[in-house]
Design a protein around this ligand. Sequence first.
Ligand code: FMN
Length: 172
Amino acid sequence: MEYHKLIKARYSVRKFSPRPVEDEKIQTILEAARPAPTAVDKQPYRLLILKGTDSVAKLKDCTPYAFDAPMAILVCGCPDEAWVRPYDGQNAVFIDAAIIGTHLMLAIHDLGLGATWVGHFDPAAIRQAYNLPATLEPVALFPFGYPADDAKPAPLHEKRRPLAEMVFYDRF
Ligand SMILES: Cc1cc2nc3c(=O)[nH]c(=O)nc-3n(C[C@H](O)[C@H](O)[C@H](O)COP(=O)(O)O)c2cc1C
């Protein structure tokens, strides 16, 4: 899909068909992570794919927002690998992982699939359920799959604040 159409058409899909996602599509989605920019090109991320029934079922112990999706991707950051800004010590790992998540989310929608970015999960429960190494920080969860026939955007999707509220200029 053309980029501007894609970013306008995307919405958080929270109701899914049980239809499994084809492996080629999963691969295309994962490939979309690779061109993403990361600070100093450190690429400090790992992607955990939840595909089997048991694997997906465990999500319910970690978040109320699993949406019975047929599969999910968990974007994890690696804080020890990420660039740290020398002036204030800010670690770029969350920014890098968020860009990876955005690439994945748009690729999912571009393929006619749907996803919701889920940040409301219990990190300790996720660590335990999926044996995450201590070096990984779970950042964003994407339950995804084919949208249900009656999936539709939530009211918040339409409520974007006007640009005039968000943009300001340094004119001098
Ligand atoms: C960082 C982040 C965390 C989010 N966490 C959740 C979540 O835990 N559960 C959920 O249903 N939606 C979650 N969302 C989706 C937002 O609620 C949604 O993007 C927003 O309401 C706008 O709707 P739209 O995506 O349909 O345009 C999250 C989005 C972002 C960017």
